[in-house]
Design a protein around this ligand. Structure first.
Ligand SMILES: NC(=O)N[C@@H](CC(=O)O)C(=O)O
Ligand SMILES: [Zn+2]
Ligand SMILES: [Zn+2]
Length: 349
């Protein structure tokens, strides 16, 4: 049955735009659906200084088609040598939206991340004071810890002690994938929130191996068992303002995913909103969709909600399918669930 809803234009609170030809290919795709995005700093080399951040913001703006309004919210990559004065200055000028913590080696392009947390205490203090959110890739890197347990162990070993040492620090646990993550965030105070991706609401770990290995379902943190997917759906549709959409759209060339040692990252920018709408529809929670995609994120980041709206339509099933985006000479980026018909689509206003 056809249905149509109108919601405030969404934002994406966790996005990888990359650089160069890839940036030019993917930035317009995100800008078509989202008004703003928190842009991840894991370039090679990472975005470490305010000069890096300004230059990268300029390249993003240059990659957007004329007349397309899209505001990149810029982040810095936390390293053991980040200068606390950078935080104070970036927060003061309004250029710095957040700082990203990657435990060294946890995920794609995280080699410059933090190994010894005692070395970033000064920076975290400056962030706490200035109210700058810390965004965490919440997985331990201890090779002894099973990949499916790394998020739950991170909460115990890193997040709990960190929150004790910095009770006023505002933290977003990025791309949560577990029951433990959802309940820890759900029960915590107002200064802890979480992003949830479309893929973790849709696939579980069995899907990664259905009929053969599916490289385009591989991202980090890796999808977990079905009970975890259910817990994430419950959290996202609960109406709690602590959970909001971060697509973690993370484009990699298909040649680097469909190979013997494929990279982690799912590219979902063209289909993120249709899939999230489908999830909320399946959960009978369409009235909560606007909170999750358009209201809870700005509330946490202390920004106004967007003033324009988008319309979403359910057709049964919609004929729209997305296969890939052309990243120039280097090749293609395959879209999440490529070639599958979408149940929902964004219609022009
Ligand atoms: N999610 C991923 O699997 N990959 C991301 C990094 C990240 O968000 O951890 C990437 O940059 O490719
Ligand atoms: Zn991550
Ligand atoms: Zn990411």
């Amino acid at each position: 049955m056809t249905a149509e809803i109108e919601i405030i234009r969404p934002d994406d609170w966790h996005l990888h735009l990359r650089d160069g030809a890839m940036l030019k290919a993917v930035a317009p795709v995100s800008a078509a659906s989202f008004s703003r995005a928190i842009v991840m700093p894991n370039l090679v080399p990472p975005v470490r200084t305010l000069a890096d951040l300004r230059a990268y913001r300029g390249r993003i703006e240059a990659a957007l088609p004329a007349g397309m309004s899209f505001r990149p919210l810029m982040t810095l990559y936390l390293t053991e040598t980040t200068d606390p004065r950078t935080i104070t200055e970036g927060a003061g000028s309004g250029e710095l939206a957040a700082v990203k913590l990657y435990p060294a080696g946890a995920t794609t392009n995280s080699d410059a991340g933090v190994k010894d947390f005692s070395r970033v205490h000064g920076v975290l203090e400056a962030m706490q004071k200035a109210g700058v959110p810390l965004l965490v890739h919440g997985e331990v890197t201890d090779p002894e810890v099973d990949i499916f347990d790394r998020e739950a162990v991170f909460i115990e070993r890193v997040l709990k002690p960190l929150r004790k040492d910095f009770p006023g620090l505002r933290i977003v646990m990025e791309h949560i994938t577990t029951e433990e993550g959802a309940s820890y965030v759900g029960e915590a105070g107002d200064n802890l929130a979480a992003t949830i991706t479309p893929q973790h609401l849709i696939i579980n770990r069995t899907d990664i191996f259905k009929g053969g290995i599916r490289p385009h379902f591989y991202c980090l943190p890796i999808a977990k068992r079905e009970n975890h997917r259910q817990a994430l759906r419950k959290a996202a549709t609960s109406g709690s303002a602590k959970f909001f959409l971060g697509t973690d759209s993370a484009p990699h060339l298909s040649s680097l995913k469909e190979c013997a040692c494929g990279c982690a990252g799912i590219f979902n920018a063209p289909v993120a909103i249709p899939y999230v709408a489908q999830v909320f529809d399946e959960e009978d929670a369409l009235e909560k969709l606007e909170g999750f995609v358009s209201r809870n994120g700005p509330a946490f980041y202390r920004l106004p909600v967007n003033t324009d709206t988008i319309r979403l339509r359910r057709e049964a099933p919609d004929k729209t399918v997305f296969h890939s985006v052309d990243a120039g000479e280097d090749g293609l980026v395959v879209v999440f669930k490529a070639d599958q018909p979408l149940m929902w689509s964004v219609v022009e206003n």
